[in-house]
Ligand binder design. Structure first.
Ligand code: SAM
Length: 266
């Protein structure tokens, strides 16, 4: 193995277990989409991906770029592999999309910005599937369903813009070098490309979950007055004791539409 010291500040935990790499490859959607990988690292996942599809990868760490360039010299020359040396969040600021055609994001994500990356992938209109390794707790939040204790704004946003979201399997710390302190999971999301992220809805959800264990009506009092909450609850037939995680995404959408309409009338 290359003499490379993993950098904590870039969330570097290299995936070394070949059976996990195989399982990720088996979960690749059968379609003609391009593949985008964020953080190719030492290229172990990349090596498997380029066997099947053309890949564009975004890597921030200068020290890894040289290693990747020599490891994938043939694929780069054949244009099967396009390596971008840039912070992926900056790329998204500059480009709107990480590729010029429909693509699937497949990656072992740096955990310190994993949530942010997934939310940006939701906004990227050319990204169709998201198959990413993240911390198990993060995967549980994105794939949670109504009444699960992990159900939060992340699960609701996911439901409103996707056709399917689930955890494919867990990955123990022993699969990595160096070993992370936490268990990881492979999260699978199939987006509905007809749906767009609604930032006003996301802000509304933030208010609804400001204190997740309190009553929803209490949280709503930060953006609505008492009479507005009362009429909202009456119109939708809601019980005042409801907690934020007990309300489905479609009901949140209805609430948001009514709140927005009320706001427009003012
Ligand atoms: C968990 S490692 C995964 C490495 C490799 N794909 C693997 O599975 O072994 C995360 C990778 O993301 C890279 N990375 C961290 N922050 C990044 C950013 N802002 N933009 C692009 N790559 C980033 C790291 O340098 C590292 O290569």
């Amino acid at each position: 193995m290359e003499k490379v010291k993993a950098k904590k500040e870039f969330g570097q935990n290299f995936l070394k277990d070949s059976s996990i790499l195989d399982k990720i490859i088996q979960s690749m959607p059968q379609n003609n989409n391009h593949i985008v990988e964020i953080g190719p690292g030492l290229g172990d996942l990349t090596k498997n991906l380029v066997k099947y599809k053309d890949v564009t990868a975004y890597e921030v760490d200068t020290d890894l770029i040289g290693i990747l360039k020599s490891k994938f010299a043939t694929e780069i020359e054949n244009r099967r592999f396009d390596l971008k040396h840039i912070d992926v969040l900056r790329a998204w600021d500059e480009l709107k999309s990480l590729h010029s055609m429909k693509y699937d994001l497949i990656a072992n994500l740096p955990y310190y910005i994993a949530t942010n990356i997934i939310l940006r992938a939701f906004e990227d209109e050319l990204c169709e599937h998201i198959i990413v390794m993240v911390q198990k707790e993060v995967a549980e939040k994105f794939s949670a369903k109504v009444n699960d204790k992990e159900y939060s704004s992340l699960g609701i946003i996911t439901e409103t813009i996707s056709k399917e979201s689930k955890i494919l399997f867990d990955v123990p710390p022993t699969a990595f070098d160096p070993m992370p302190k936490v268990t990881s999971s492979i999260l699978y999301i199939k987006k509905d490309l007809d749906k767009k992220v609604d930032k006003d809805f996301n802000r509304f959800l933030k208010a609804c979950f400001v204190q997740p264990r309190k009553k929803l009506s209490k949280n709503l009092s930060s953006i609505l007055d008492k009479s507005e909450i009362l009429s909202l609850y009456n119109e939708l037939g809601l019980n005042d004791n409801l907690r934020p995680h007990e309300v489905s995404s479609s009901l949140y959408s209805q609430m948001h539409t009514k709140v927005k309409n009320g706001r427009d009338k003012k």
